[in-house]
Design a protein. Structure first.
Length: 356
């Protein structure tokens, strides 16, 4: 009995140190050397949560001092020599994570555990090739910026984000999930728009790119604001999305410092008119009858085509698939003028259509 009582007493003596010894601290630190970082658990022996940790220093090679920390509000790690995030294995939550110019890390592995709840910034990590095992699906801000060896970010699997910024000429695929809803999408210094069709966004900015066309924008049906800035090789912006919305008061197009042909609305309008007024001999496809009443056919199709019909406000009023000699039903359309986009695997053409 005395042994049992002594055991109970020992448990109650130790219990406060177990339950109450682990605390959330409001401490903030700026760390410039490995020795400073290593002293962190000595200065905060009972802390499992910290407020603000800023780690800078090219002699910092590991994060083992953080292995017992479970929560950090703001974590900045820049200019270090760390090669992995394995030392954060017990971390549950980071509110804002800024990870930049850590040139020795090749893979960022979130271990299917670390939750980033607000902002994630990964920039200037020259050796980084992969971001894997991400357990979070929603962010306020995502910035992937100028990581020279990073070719895709699909493994992020983020489905909702208020603002997404993707930058870097190495990126070959811009998708971060099979479907991502975001309020703002910013594409900077890229050579491609591959993967952009997986975004649902009303607002996109493309700047300082090496693009020669923006055809992929036609795949985003939710756009109502497009900003094109300093794209020095972009001379043709006469895609159906833009041509059909040039006079739409609910659609905003901002143009600045692009190549001639995509610098003003009038330059684009001339190319749009040229495309829709080409002679029959210059076009591969023909709408007939045109004007139409209840249905229209497309002559010249040799393969499946995606058809988008835009009204004069630039709204897509019909999307369908067409084949050779297949009628497109117009029976529920109002009389007026429309633009028909015909897209195959090899080309996209725009045609005017008049409905009685």
């Amino acid at each position: 009995m005395s042994i049992y009582i002594n055991t109970i007493i020992a448990i109650f003596i130790l219990l406060p140190s177990v339950i109450f010894g682990q605390v959330e601290c409001n401490n903030s630190y700026t760390i410039l050397r490995q020795s400073q970082l290593d002293s962190l658990p000595i200065l905060n022996p009972d802390c499992i949560a910290l407020d603000d940790i800023r780690i800078y220093g090219n002699d910092i090679t590991n994060l083992s001092a953080l292995e017992n920390i479970r929560k950090i509000n703001n974590l900045i790690i820049r200019n270090t020599k760390i090669i992995s995030l394995d030392d954060l294995k017990n971390m549950d939550t980071i509110k804002n994570f800024n990870f930049g110019r850590n040139h020795y890390i090749k893979t960022i592995d979130f271990k299917n555990k670390i939750q980033i709840t607000n902002d994630l910034i990964i920039s200037g990590c020259d050796s980084l090739t992969a971001i894997v095992n991400n357990p979070f699906y929603s962010l306020s801000l995502l910035t992937i910026h100028d990581n020279m060896s990073l070719t895709n970010v699909i493994n992020l699997n983020i489905t909702q984000c208020n603002s997404v910024l993707l930058s870097g000429s190495a990126l070959e695929d811009l998708s971060i999930s099979p479907k991502t809803e975001c309020r703002y999408l910013n594409i900077l210094r890229t050579k491609t728009l591959n993967g952009i069709q997986y975004y649902e966004t009303p607002d996109i900015e493309i700047a300082n790119s090496q693009l020669i066309n923006i055809n992929e924008l036609d795949n985003i049906k939710t756009l109502n604001h497009v900003e094109l800035t300093n794209n020095l090789y972009l001379s043709d912006c006469s895609i159906p999305l833009i041509c059909s919305n040039l006079d739409n008061p609910n659609f905003t197009l901002s143009l600045l410092f692009n190549a001639t042909g995509c610098n003003t609305k009038e330059e684009i309008r001339q190319k749009c008119l040229s495309a829709t007024n080409n002679t029959e001999a210059m076009l591969s496809f023909r709408l007939y009858p045109n004007p139409a009443l209840h249905q229209v056919f497309i002559d010249g199709l040799t393969e499946e085509a995606t058809i988008d019909i835009y009204d004069i406000q630039g709204k897509v009023v019909r999307s369908t698939i067409a084949y050779f000699n297949t009628p497109i039903d117009l029976s529920d359309f109002n009389s007026g003028a429309y633009i028909v986009s015909i897209k195959t695997t090899s080309k996209t053409e725009m045609h005017k259509l008049i409905i009685y």
